[in-house]
Design a binder for this molecule. Structure first.
Ligand code: GDP
Ligand code: IMO
Ligand code: MG
Length: 428
């Protein structure tokens, strides 16, 4: 099973990092294809916790080649800080490859991300403030800085000057900030060039050759389906394609080479930042889920909004991504509830919907329609086979599988790499 894509089914933080890491030893390449250090993946290996932002989760497994694809936006200060921190903990990062076509998050874009949010006030997106949106905007606007530009001082100087021509007007005249000097940015970026150069490769070529040689390549999405710029709840989304199609455009590996698409879904739902979230619980139940699931952002530390599992959202993810498998995570967090509501449709101004509504206005008005399932009390964190789960937990999983129309191939019962009930081999 050579090429497998892993995406998030909901609003991010489903446990993609753990899922990637758990497949680790059987994978040759792990490719990050979208987003940047807005992502936050917590991976727990033998009780040791790792928080990754920019590096693909595969970096924790010896022998895996981690790849940062062309679709990623890179904050170089974060890249090197993360590499240094992992190296200091004994992780071998020497195989990392970085696409020459990936875009760089220049410091002016981090500034613009933050001031734009402040100016939006009540209309803000709740971004991570990492410069993601402005950097992708520059890419589309054809004024972006790419990794390869760092190896040609003249080109870099020209490109930074071109970008700052516009941005300084914006910063000074609209946002009342100081202008940024071209040389300041150029020198900062060049200070990383020598260290970056050995990692830079034609990653599309490397991955194409790896697949020709029968290697196993895992594409790991940042963010998730509902945060995808085309298919999520626009404008409350990130600025990249976090769905399966993004694995192709963001890596240079064509759709015909993808064998399997796996989505990770939490057994309930969470969201960070603004935007519609029909099953959100603004009450003690929401607080209880947040406390049990430690639902605080890996990147910004913000409390995550919590709610019940939303089946139409997962069906939507199945359709948009062409899912072959689901990984259901954090089932252990649902232990101890008398009954578990699952959203099976929405009431929108008196009209029943079984699918995600067409318009943003309708989605904002969507009131969930619930079906209720009986809960369980037994601690399931030590369970490793489906038959050993409490009967009601089994029923919950089977019901979600039927509602999704996609098989649930693995069920997470704890944060550690091994705390998973495997039902079907994701690489088999
Ligand atoms: P990602 O961004 O999709 O990689 O997810 P995050 O790492 O941001 O958030 C998922 C959190 O849930 C992390 O703290 C994981 O360690 C944790 N986690 C993942 N799977 C499970 C699980 O099955 N049970 C429990 N209790 N925690 C899990
Ligand atoms: P992982 O990979 C959850 C959210 C932000 C905000 C919106 C836009 O850990 O699942 P951005 O900074 O990307 O422009 O912010 O997207 N967001 C995430 N939420 N998990 C993530 O990544 C996220 N990355 C961005 O909170 O609402
Ligand atoms: Mg996360």
């Amino acid at each position: 099973m050579p090429a497998v894509v892993i995406v998030g089914a909901q609003w991010g933080d489903e446990g993609k990092g753990k899922a990637t890491d758990a497949l680790g030893a059987r994978v040759d390449y792990v490719v990050k294809f979208n987003g940047g250090n807005n992502a936050g993946h917590t991976v727990v290996v033998g009780g040791e916790k790792y928080a990754l932002h920019l590096l693909p989760s595969g970096i924790l497994t010896p022998g895996v080649t981690p790849v940062i694809g062309n679709g990623v936006v890179i904050d170089l200060s974060v890249l090197f800080a993360e590499l240094e921190a992992l190296t200091a903990r004994g992780v071998d990062c020497s195989r990392l490859l970085v696409s020459a076509n990936a875009h760089i998050i220049a410091s002016y874009n981090t500034t613009i991300d933050k001031v734009t949010e402040r100016f939006l006030g009540a209309r803000k997106i709740g971004t991570t403030g990492r410069g993601i949106g402005p950097t992708y905007a520059d890419k589309m606007n054809r004024i972006g800085i790419r990794v390869q530009d760092l190896f040609d001082r003249n080109i870099l100087q020209q490109k930074v000057a071109g970008a700052l021509d516009q941005k300084n007007q914006l910063l000074v005249k609209v946002y009342n900030r100081r202008a940024i000097a071209v040389d300041e940015v150029v020198e900062e970026l060049l200070s990383y060039a020598d260290r970056l150069r050995p990692m830079v490769a034609d990653t599309a070529l490397v991955l194409g050759q790896a697949l020709d040689a029968g290697k196993t390549v895992l594409f790991e999405a940042g963010q998730a389906t509902q945060l995808d710029v085309d298919h999520g709840n626009y404008p409350f989304v990130t600025s990249s394609n976090a769905t399966a199609g993004g694995a192709c455009t963001g890596s240079g590996v064509p759709p015909t080479r993808i064998d399997r698409v796996v989505a990770v879904a939490k057994a309930y739902a969470t969201r960070v930042g603004e935007g519609p979230f029909p099953t959100e619980l603004n009450d003690a139940d929401g607080d209880r889920l947040r406390a049990a699931g430690h639902e605080f952002g890996t990147t910004t530390g913000r409390p995550r909004r919590c709610g019940w599992y939303d089946a139409p959202i997962i069906r939507y993810a199945a359709r948009i991504n062409g899912l072959t498998d689901l990984v259901l995570t954090k089932l252990d967090i649902l232990t101890g509830w008398d009954r578990l509501p699952v959203c099976v449709g929405y009431d929108v101004d008196g009209v029943h919907h079984t699918e995600v509504p067409l318009t943003q206005t309708d989605f904002h008005h969507a009131v969930p329609v619930y079906e209720y399932f009986e809960g369980w009390d037994d601690d399931i964190t030590g369970v490793r086979s489906f038959e050993d789960l409490p009967k009601n937990a089994q029923r919950y999983v089977i019901a979600l599988e039927e509602l999704a129309g996609v098989r649930i191939s693995a069920v997470g019962v704890g944060p550690d790499r091994d705390a998973t009930v495997v039902r079907h081999d994701l690489l088999g």
